[in-house]
Design a protein around this ligand. Structure first.
Ligand code: A2H
Length: 256
């Protein structure tokens, strides 16, 4: 853990269907969201899917007093949130259901700002349960980990089959050019992953290298190709995009 708390933006991806397992059937009349922790809320235009850890344990938690809005994240995250104005009662967690990542795989979601009308919950093996919400939204244009995990699913039929993921949930979803980085190009993560010959989502050392380059250059050199701030530098418009998401009720801040 760092010395200073890290500020995340939690993005609300709306669940459009209930899990087949029935674990959330009692919440059928609620608006249910997977919440994804991100440091790059300004990249949400490029979402192609949402990552969950197939074996991770999650809960469904009430965000407001009448439980009309429900969020899915780890217990640990919900406990932290309860001390951060994201709970009806300070320090109190209202858990409505327990589930695992497997219950969520293949479910359609509405992702704020995404160009794809619906995206799917897909498996990522490298999600850390002790960080953020335990759910990660996928922006393969600008996040090497996301690009490589999506490539793994696209290339490996057996991997899709193992998790009940159909071709339609994966194959049509191409990285979206949302940011131009003059010294790399406008699909920085795919370009760097190919340049470094990254083989899979488990290629940790090279992925960290790619991530470092894309992250730094994206922030200092990047220019938006899409959205309300097209033509602006990432550095200049980042906070405005995050603040608009929050003002629209599509995201909120979280610290840990
Ligand atoms: B970022 P830091 Cl476009 N396990 O969001 C693994 N990874 C996680 C996670 C978890 N439990 N929770 C969050 N993350 C990811 C967008 C993004 C991200 C882009 C580019 C880079 C990037 C879209 N995915 O992160 O260890 C989330 O992915 C590179 C730093 O707290 C989150 O931001 O520094 C980032 O890791 C948080 O990582």
């Amino acid at each position: 853990e760092g010395v200073k708390p890290q500020e995340y933006t939690l993005i609300k991806l709306k669940l459009l269907e209930l899990p087949a397992s029935g674990v959330l059937d009692a919440l059928a009349d609620k608006a249910i969201f997977l919440v994804a922790g991100t440091l790059r809320p300004e990249t949400m235009y490029g979402q192609t899917n949402c990552w969950v850890g197939p074996d991770l344990e999650y809960g469904a938690f009430a965000l407001d007093a009448d439980a009309s809005e429900v969020v899915i994240c780890t217990d640990r995250c919900a406990r932290n949130m309860s001390f951060q104005n994201s709970s009806p009662v300070f320090g109190e967690v209202n858990k409505l259901a327990s589930l695992t990542g497997a219950d969520l795989l293949g479910l359609p979601l509405e992702a704020p700002l995404a160009s794809y009308e619906r995206v799917y919950a897909l498996p990522m093996m490298t999600i850390k349960p002790g960080k953020g919400t335990g759910i990660v939204t996928s922006v393969p244009s600008d996040a090497p980990d996301d690009f490589q995990a999506l490539e793994d699913l696209k290339r490996k039929d057996a991997l899709r089959a193992k998790f009940g993921i159909t071709d339609e949930m994966v194959l049509p979803f191409e990285p979206v050019p949302i940011i131009d980085i003059p010294s790399i190009g406008n699909l920085a993560a795919p370009i760097m992953c190919k340049q470094l010959k990254i083989q899979s989502q488990h290629d940790r050392k090279k992925l960290d290298e790619a991530k470092e380059i894309v992250y730094k250059k994206g922030f200092y050199e990047g220019v938006f190709l899409v959205g309300d701030h097209a033509g602006s530098k990432v550095e200049d418009a980042k906070d405005a995009i995050r603040d608009a998401l929050i003002a629209d009720g599509k995201a909120f801040k979280y610290w840990e």
